[in-house]
Every structure is written in structure tokens, then in C-alpha cells.
Design a protein around this ligand. Sequence first.
Ligand code: ARG
Length: 458
Amino acid sequence: MKLWGGRFKREQGKDFRAFESSISFDFRLAKHDIEVNRAWAKMLEKIEIFTGDELKKILAALDYTEKDLEKGRLKADVALYEDIHSLIEDRLFTYAGSAAKKLPAGRSRNELVSADMRLYLREHIDYILGQLKGFQRSLLSAATRYSGAVMPAFTHMQQAVPVTLGHLILSYFWKINRDKKFFKYALEETNVMPLGGGAAGGTTIPVDTDFLMTELGFSRIFENSIDGTSSRDFVLLFLEAAVSLQLHFSGICEDMILFSTSYFSYLHLPDEYSTGSSLMPQKKNPDFFELVRGKTGRVAGSLAALINLLKGLPSGYNRDLQEDKISLFDTVDEIEAILTLFPSVFSALEFDTEAMLKSVEQGTVCAQALAEFLVTKGVPFRKAHEIIGKIVSDNELASRKMSDIKLSDLKVYSEFFSAEVIPLLEPGGVLKQLATSSSPSPLMFEQQLRLAYEAAEE
Ligand code: ARG
């Protein structure tokens, strides 16, 4: 069934029909289209456009159509339907006859597609937020498990200062927590009702928008019909949140890939989530992490596609907007697939805490703390920096571990060194003396963990 045609003298070209049809991808909005139609039908009866009898017929037809959908009896045929809205309207006509012809009174597909997409996305953001919480929980239990595992933090990929693996994992947690906030904001802007906007300039039918809002669970109504029928800001916000999440995922994955190399040997890859090589028998590869890192490009590409789609569009609905769904659906699918696996993958990771400790002991990660020790004895920081730099340089030449250095060796460089400095020659000793609330001090870990648990449950 065609939803228009009165002003056309010749048939639409078949080849063009297939080209302009969106049913191959907007079919997934079917259940939401049915939901919006149900609310719309009830509203039409309320404002006396439908009789009670007609409403009954339409509601029954909607139930049948929903059954058809569940049983796989609806087919996304590009030759027959321009989009999912045409398909549903066609079905309703089959089941309810002339009553179905009254249903679209005062309503355009421009507002309908936006309403459908908002219901779809609302459901998926809810799901994603739940999954993110699950991922945060698995991060928190790993952070607890490895709260005492000393390792280096890196800057420029060079060993910098001692931290704990628990601290590093908590850094992942907070990134994900910010993403949750982005998704929540996207949800807030998604849950706004465009119905009542007509095609662009409202309708003379006294559509009861308050009723529709309540019925469909929207939290507010668009203030402006042009904006409401054509804005895709909610999709943009969702994709921006998704890109931020993917960038964070990608960073975590990059760490895991590096840590699993033989050069680090910090991490044993779990068999369940790794792959082998068809030629090299010894290989165990971090493909999960590589794929997630790779999909970041794909999701960022979807955001770029949407930005370019929206750029320069004139006010009001334009058919270009039909293409928004491809970026949106692909991103939803990818993010959800990743989130289904990531918590289990992270829980299955086994870190080699001894290899981590060994790598810091061989390094000079205590240098900053040694310079700060001299500061507490009255040496100006730049001077202290110079002195420790010299010690590092001399001892690197002699290839000695920082902890092999004796107090008497240190005294050669500065008279301000005393026995109190000895604990600072060990990474664990440095950690204990860290003073700020965000630092990897073992004394602050409990408090940091508690804050994170609270944020996860918010
Ligand atoms: N299929 C279209 C979309 O996805 C909705 C229909 C609006 N069509 C129109 N000719 N105004 O955006």
C-alpha cells in the first residue's frame, strides 16, 4: 500500500522504489511503530475522531500485527513498502479495514519515525547503562583483587612512578563512569516527544499531546514543531557517548595487548577469549582486544557519517535523515556486543603480579620520591631534581638497581640524605608515603574503592 499518490499521474519507477525504501533497515522499528500507533489510536478516540468501535478494531488489528511480527510473518519487502510505517499501516488496513484509514489523521511520518526511533533508543540506552554497570562491577572486583600489586605507571611508554594495578584499573572505572553520564544525558534528550509536530508545522486536529506523552512514557514534549520533527540531536548525543566509550575501551584494550606481549609479560591471556594462528603453533593472540580497538574506528566512522549527514541541512525534515538509522543501528549493535563480553573477559584476566613487581624493581621509578625527600629537608626542588638525575645517571651506567644503592652512596651526592630515605628506595615504600587523595596510596585505596562503588550504583 502506498501512503500517497493522489497528485501523481504516473506510477513510481520500480527501480526507484527499491532505492528510496528504508524498510531493509528500519524494519527493526516495527515494535515501536506498533506502540506509537496504539497510543495514537487511543488518543483519537479520546478526541472523538475514532468511535469506541473503531478503536476496538484498530487495537485488535495492532495486536494481530504484533503477533505477525513475533511469528516472523512480516516481511521487509522493498518492492512493496517505502518504510516500516507503510508496512504497519498496510497490515492495519488488512485487519481493520476503513478504520485504519482514519488512523493517520493529523500525523506525519516525520514525527512518527522520530517517535519510533526515540522509543527504540530509549530501550537500548537503558540496556547499555545496565551493561556498563556490570562492567564497572567487574572492574571493581579486579581492582580489589590487585590492590596490592605494585607496577610502574607509564608516561611516554617509559616507566614513570610506582602505582598499583588496582589503581590503574580504577582509572578505567572512572572513564567508564563518565561515559555513563554521557549516555544518561543522551537518554534525557531522547525521551522527548515529537508527536503533535505534524510534518513541520503542527496540525489543526486537536491532538492530545499530554495523553500521548504519558501513554508512551516520554518525559516532556517538544517546544517547537520544526525542531521536534527534524532534530537528530538525540542520535548525535548517543553516538558521541558511544565514541567516548569506544575510545576508553580502545585505551584499555591497548594496555592489555601491550601487557600480554612477551616484552611485558604482565598478563596471561584467557584461553576462552583468545585465538591461535593457523600456521604458528605457539601463538595465542589478543584478538578480543584488537577487535574492540578496531571497532572504535567503525563507531567513530558512524559519528562522522551522521555529522556529515546533518551538516548544512535546511530546517525541517529532509529525506537525507533516513540515512541516520544506519549509523545508529550499527553502533547500538557493536556497543552491545562488546558489552556482553567485556565484563567476562575482564574477570577472566590473570595478571602476573610478580613480573610486574620485578619490572619496577629494575627501574628507577622512585626517583621523583627521592627528589621530594630532599625537598622536605629544605633543598629547593630544581636542585633536588638535579641531584637525583645525577644519581640515576651514574647508577644507570653502573647498571645497579635503585634499591641496591646504600645510604653512604647517596651521601656522596647530598648531605641531606639520612636513614629516613631508605624506604623510598623501594616502590612499595614510595606508595606508602603518597600524600594526595587521588594517588595510589594503599592507605587511601579503601576510601577510593568506596567512592567508586557508590558511583557505580548511582
Ligand atoms: N523513512 C523515512 C525516514 O526514515 C520516514 C518517512 C518520511 N518520509 C517523507 N517522505 N517525509 O526518515
